[in-house]
Design a protein around this ligand. Structure first.
Ligand code: GCU
Length: 607
């Protein structure tokens, strides 16, 4: 390739990177004036990425040829032109929605699918327009009216593009290249125990904002201090000294502060009579923020969370986290959770179990689930997919993990239900892993010192000792780990022979425990896969875990059976992980009631 093409290519790559979704994300996009671009999108399956590379494997969007890829969606062509794709004649699918659950041949598809949405708009002069994606799994390249906006990596976090000067009056053409191919150096890496749902799996919105708008804010009680609301408001396009008002009518709060040269205004509000948020009383306050001509409202709960010795203190009182783990998947209609409807179904099952807490494994869930948890009174463990055997020594992999962690914290920093940021799950011990994870833990504390930081640590056994001495424990607020006594090791009835050896004097929150059962398969308690075996496992595990003096919570694995390409037993699994307490038909297995009884006891004990 000529030097000129290298240079152009390099410039375009840089442009592509800088033009990628790098700007801070819009806080609370749903409260902003917006049009939804959800609905039926045309799609073209492209396993060889013909829409992105020419036959010499040169990316079209970085070549001078002028020949576009699938993104330029040219409609008026000379009939002599050879064009081997056409969105108008292509099938459609529901967006948001993973593609795996929308077409039989896409159930296990890994690769690229191109999506196209036509939409009409009359841009208003002087307004800003932000194109917002709730999530695309895993890598997205986005084009508007044939021009590349940029790209984004990470299957579970939002990203956006400023399209204020790229919209046309009338019909606009939005094209997305989504690629869910698993890769060694990505986050997650190639081996996970969940379905690799690909595509535009969360909302696509076009927000309309004034030239100067409230881009971001954080309003939460200061760490361990119920007498002050601390945080900030950032106003895009504001002069220094711009007044910013924060109004919480029900708390008798109305303050005005001024922005600095960067558009930031620090918030520190003394409060006297706030009703603190808790699972028992999930009190949310209407918060109104205004600056220049912009205003935005949000519903925010205020609470404190901290650890002291082996206690977790919610609003200063020791709490036991009666939890359950869950994936972002609807068991009844397989696929990612689609809307408030199926999300509420999942959280209602958790409430039925007696939970005050959920572990949203193993990646950022939909923002709407977190907002529902705020409303329904469920504490949340939120997590990034730093899962298993990550490429610890690849700097780009670390940057990716840190970006996904940052985006998660930025998005949900105002949600009172979120009490723990988890930096990963079951990552094998090594020096590079310790360095990688320690940096992530430090990043959490830099971004948000009001919440706890944790991870599912490594655990090992020596004889009948179950030992937790993972060095990463030093960096975390909790001792959390997965232990599968009665399933992957020992039989349920052998558990009383074992004992836990925990290196750290910190609260213990078990992140996974459990075993599989095919709902409706009944046998004696020694017969694996029967409901009776799973029931027996819980009957032995609960008193076994209670032998730990520092036990302050658990999230057994898992609320409901979920799909996984790793679970091939054709009779008992059929590509389902059967550790759910509820089946994919919504049937509660016998173990559900064992845990429910235990949680009733713990609720009384911690009243
Ligand atoms: C692991 C892992 C889960 C997995 C579970 C299992 O601990 O964290 O993601 O699904 O075990 O084996 O079912």
């Amino acid at each position: 390739m000529s030097l000129a093409r290298y240079i152009i290519g390099f410039v375009l790559i840089i442009t592509g990177i800088t033009a990628s979704a790098r700007q801070g994300q819009l806080q609370n996009v749903y409260a902003r004036k917006h049009i939804s671009l959800n609905g039926r999108w045309n799609y073209i399956i492209d396993p060889y990425e013909m829409g992105y590379y020419d036959y010499r494997h040169e990316p079209f969007d970085q070549s001078k040829s002028g020949k576009g890829g699938f993104y330029d969606d040219r409609k008026q062509l000379d009939k002599a032109d050879l064009v081997e794709y056409n969105f108008d004649l292509s099938p459609t699918m529901n967006i948001p929605g993973d593609w795996n659950s929308q077409a039989e041949k896409l159930e296990l598809y890994e690769g690229t699918i191109w999506f196209r949405k036509l939409f009409n708009i009359t841009p208003v002069a002087g307004k800003k327009y932000i194109l917002y994606f709730g999530a695309v799994n895993y890598e997205a390249h986005v084009y508007l009216n044939g021009k590349k906006l940029g790209w984004h990596k990470g299957g579970f976090t939002p990203f956006q593009f400023d399209v204020s000067d790229k919209l046309k009056a009338g019909e606009n053409v939005l094209v997305v290249k989504a690629d869910n191919t698993r890769k060694l150096d990505e986050i997650p890496t190639i081996n996970t125990d969940w379905w690799n749902y690909g595509g535009i799996t969360r909302d696509v919105l076009l927000a309309e904002l004034p030239q100067s708008y409230i881009a971001d804010y954080k309003l939460q009680l200061a760490k361990g201090d119920a007498t002050h609301i601390a945080g900030f408001v950032r106003v895009e396009g504001a002069q220094a000294g711009t007044p910013v008002s924060v109004n919480i009518p029900e708390a008798g709060i109305k303050i005005t502060v001024k922005t600095d040269a960067g558009g930031n205004a620090a918030i520190n509000i003394p409060v006297k009579k706030l009703t603190l948020w808790s699972p028992e009383n999930p009190k949310l306050y209407q918060v109104e923020i205004s600056a220049n001509t912009d205003k935005v409202a949000d519903k925010i709960g205020f609470r404190t969370i901290e650890v002291r010795g082996q206690d977790i203190l919610l609003n200063g009182k020791s709490v036991f986290l009666r939890g359950i783990s869950m994936h972002d998947e609807n068991p009844l209609i397989p696929g990612r959770l689609r809307s408030a409807g199926d999300m509420r179904m999942m959280l209602n099952w958790a409430k039925e179990l007696g939970c005050n807490y959920v572990r949203l494994a193993h990646y950022p869930h939909n923002e709407q689930v977190i907002r529902l948890a705020d409303e329904m009174g469920l504490l949340v463990w939120a997590e990034v997919p730093v899962y298993w055997t990550i490429s610890w020594e690849n700097p780009a992999t670390y940057q990716n993990a840190e970006k996904q962690l940052t985006d998660l914290i930025e998005r949900d920093k105002n949600r009172s239900s979120v009490i723990i940021w988890s930096i990963g799950n079951e990552t094998p011990l090594s020096e590079p892993r310790f360095k990688f994870m320690s940096s992530l833990a430090a990043k959490v504390r830099e971004l948000d010192n009001t919440r706890l930081v944790s991870a599912a640590l490594e655990v090992h056994r020596k004889g009948f000792d179950v030992i937790v001495d993972d060095p990463l424990g030093e960096k975390l607020d909790l001792v959390s780990f997965n232990q599968y006594g009665g399933w992957y090791w020992a039989l349920p009835k052998e558990l009383p022979k074992y004992k836990f050896q925990i290196k750290y004097n910190k609260p213990v929150v078990i992140t996974e425990v459990g075993g599989g059962a095919l709902a409706g398969y009944h046998a004696d308690e020694d017969t694996r896969w029967s409901e009776e075996y799973q029931e027996s496992l819980y009957k032995y595990q609960l008193p076994f875990m209670s032998t730990m003096s520092g036990l302050r919570g658990m999230t057994p694995w898992i609320l409901v059976d979920f799909r996984s390409p790793r679970r091939q037993h054709s009779y008992f699994q059929d590509f389902w992980n059967r550790k759910g307490l509820i089946s994919e038909a919504g049937e509660k297995k016998k173990a559900f009631f064992v845990l429910k009884d235990f949680y009733q006891e713990m609720e009384q004990k911690y009243k």
